[in-house]
Design a protein around this ligand. Structure first.
Ligand SMILES: Nc1ncnc2c1ncn2[C@@H]1O[C@H](COP(=O)(O)OP(=O)(O)O)[C@@H](O)[C@H]1O
Ligand SMILES: [Mg+2]
Length: 296
């Protein structure tokens, strides 16, 4: 399902003296089946933006369009029921919301709530947990007894078990160990490619954004600063200088290398593979860009 924002404004406590504008004229379009990273400093409005896509928050002005559902300030809760079946939202630190006596019951809750019989909901729950690489010996344990990584997988399974078409992820790898984080990112990419999910992921992990996202939305103080593919977004040195944009590790390394060597006249790398070619080219040229070693 495509996601469209049209001039979306959102104020907290609008119409009171404490009104505070969290989103300012935000407009963008995300294609059906795309994988987008939502980046920006803490407090830039990422979570607020995500909450507009399943109607947890409604625009004070403007429209959010998800598939063919239009959400505006006038949309009623009743009108949002269908939308919420299609939009899965993994909140930040979702493990704090695990509540059932066992993992299996927790994950089966969503599908059961959406009309599956208990046995079929449990079937879906098991299948989903298995797909995530969850340790199936823990199925009948209380979620409280799991490690942080297994808890995160259980919470994610609860969202995926409802078979959403859109997946909203709020800093899904924050606090995970690197190997679980990587596994989860690879899984999101697989869900996009194989199940055609539309994914929007708020993240501070620029390495993951560079590697997995098709495009990036950059927020600052409630405004959308730029929408671009990773390879174009991470060329914006001026935004980095202003501390609006962070960079993948390899890109930062290349900028430091270029500053030391004076080799500044080529596109910045965003992957290790690109970094290697960047260094090879840099080492075969002098800073003026002239080749010092002949081509084979
Ligand atoms: N309920 C609220 N009342 C007042 N201000 C809020 C509320 N929720 C968030 N904010 C403020 O809105 C801004 C954007 O918040 P948020 O969307 O959570 O940003 P992010 O997810 O990018 O860190 C922050 O400055 C935050 O302090
Ligand atoms: Mg947030």
């Amino acid at each position: 399902m495509a996601i469209v924002f049209k001039e979306v404004n959102y104020s907290y406590q609008s119409k009171t003296p404490n009104a505070f504008q969290l989103l300012k004229n935000v407009s963008f379009r995300l294609a059906d089946g795309s994988f987008t990273a939502l980046i920006g400093q803490t407090g830039s409005g990422k979570t607020t933006l995500l909450k507009h896509i399943n109607g947890l928050l409604k625009p004070s002005r403007g429209q959010v369009i998800v598939g063919d559902q239009i959400i505006s300030s006038k949309t009623s809760e009743k009108d949002l029921a269908d939308l919420r079946k299609n939009v899965g939202f993994l909140f930040q630190f979702p493990e704090t919301q695990l509540f059932a006596p066992t993992v299996l019951q927790d994950v089966a809750f969503g599908p059961e709530n959406f009309g599956q019989t208990k046995p079929s909901a449990e079937q879906i729950a098991k299948k989903t947990l298995e797909m995530l690489g969850f340790d199936m010996t823990l199925l009948n344990q209380s979620p409280i007894n799991l490690s942080g990584g297994q808890q995160r997988l259980a919470a994610l399974a609860g969202v995926l078990a409802t078979e959403p078409q859109i997946l909203l992820l709020d800093e899904p790898t924050a606090g995970l160990d690197p190997s679980t984080a990587k596994r989860v990112m690879i899984l999101f990419k697989k869900l996009q490619q194989e199940k055609h999910l539309t994914i929007l992921m708020a993240t501070h992990d620029m390495d993951a954004a560079a590697e997995f996202a098709d495009q990036i939305l950059l927020m600052q103080q409630g405004k959308l600063v730029k929408q671009a593919a990773p390879k174009d977004m991470f060329q914006e040195k001026e935004l980095v200088f202003q501390k609006i944009l962070a960079l993948p590790k390899v890109t930062t390394f290349a900028i430091r290398f270029a500053a030391k060597t004076g080799y500044t006249n080529q596109k910045l790398p965003i992957s290790e593979k690109e970094l290697i070619s960047f260094l090879q080219r840099a080492l075969s040229q002098d800073p003026s860009g002239k080749e010092t070693t002949p081509h084979a």
